[in-house]
Write a protein that binds this ligand. Structure first.
Ligand SMILES: Nc1ncnc2c1ncn2[C@@H]1O[C@@H](CSCCNC[C@@H]2Cc3ccc([N+](=O)[O-])cc3CN2)[C@@H](O)[C@H]1O
Length: 265
């Protein structure tokens, strides 16, 4: 069992470039088949946003890490995207990409794949430009605080997205529920929450850092969302194939949850 202090200490050694290598280059970043994990994640998001039901002024991405792939379908439906992370090294990595600076991670294969599956024939450069225009703020966040940003968002976000963060920063399931409730404070009543996360994962590597993760099953996700006051709309799971079990973590699968904060407080 990890403690909050041990978690914080572990994250001091988190290496964004190693993390990106482990999860967002081949073999995991293989776009050749829908059977692979990255196309599955991108399709969950593209299909959910395709309905047009989830839209508004502001979407907040909780625990963005050094990645922007999770925002590629969202950015067509919100005027402003707010990215967040606990570590300055991740916020700096996001800033490098947002400013189109040399040395930033190359997300083009992801942008091209999302344009392909969205099926509007949109040039990937347009999607890249739109996300860069709408990614207006990159803020520090701590999901263990009741006010994760240190102060309320005014106005509250119309939608919330979080990919692989909450289970990776919660020592146990109760902490996972609390973190969910905390980030729910950032969302307006009736707002939508989209979560991608790891199933059955107990650790992951990011360079010198070896971080503990609370292992979740689908039922834990379902119960946590209910306990945090969300109404579940959809929950899908993906089983990690042997070829993608590369030793950078012990993840068994990935979940995608679409939930909604009730209108009445
Ligand atoms: N207190 C805090 N509040 C908010 N964020 C915090 C806090 N502490 C650390 N953070 C922030 O949260 C972190 C988010 S990255 C967490 C990584 N999760 C595990 C990893 C992810 C992954 C990705 C893709 C695939 N796949 O198969 O495609 C599998 C897997 C499974 N392994 C990191 O950015 C840290 O900086």
């Amino acid at each position: 069992m990890s403690s909050p202090a041990a978690l914080r200490e572990g994250y001091e050694h988190f290496d964004p470039r190693a993390y990106l290598r482990n999860n967002y280059l081949p073999p995991r970043a293989d776009f050749s088949s829908e059977e692979f994990v990255v196309p599955w994640k991108l399709r969950c998001l593209a299909e959910t946003f395709a309905s047009g039901e989830i839209r508004g002024q502001t979407l907040i991405d909780v625990g963005s890490g050094p990645t922007i792939y999770q925002l590629l379908s969202a950015c067509d439906h919100f005027e402003e995207i707010v990215a967040t992370d606990y570590l300055a090294v991740n916020r700096e990595e996001l800033g490098r990409w947002a400013r189109g600076e040399p040395g930033a991670f190359d997300w083009r294969p992801f942008i091209q794949h999302v344009c392909k599956i969205e099926g509007r024939g949109e040039p990937w450069q347009d999607k890249e430009r739109r996300l860069r225009q709408r990614l207006r703020r990159i803020l520090p966040i701590d999901v263990h605080r009741p006010e994760p940003l240190g102060a309320p968002l005014h106005p509250p976000a119309d939608a919330l997205l979080s990919a692989f963060c909450l289970e990776a920063v919660s020592p146990d399931r109760a902490a996972f529920v609390r973190a969910l409730a905390h980030v729910g404070n950032l969302l307006r009543p009736g707002g939508h929450a989209l979560l991608l996360g790891a199933l059955g994962e107990s650790f992951y590597l990011a360079g010198p850092a070896r971080l503990p993760v609370v292992p979740l099953q689908e039922s834990d996700v379902r119960e946590a969302l209910a306990a945090a006051g969300f109404a579940l709309r959809e929950l899908r799971s993906y089983a990690m194939p042997p070829a993608l079990r590369t030793g950078v973590d012990d993840v068994d699968g990935v979940f995608f949850a679409h939930a909604q904060k009730p209108l009445e407080a």
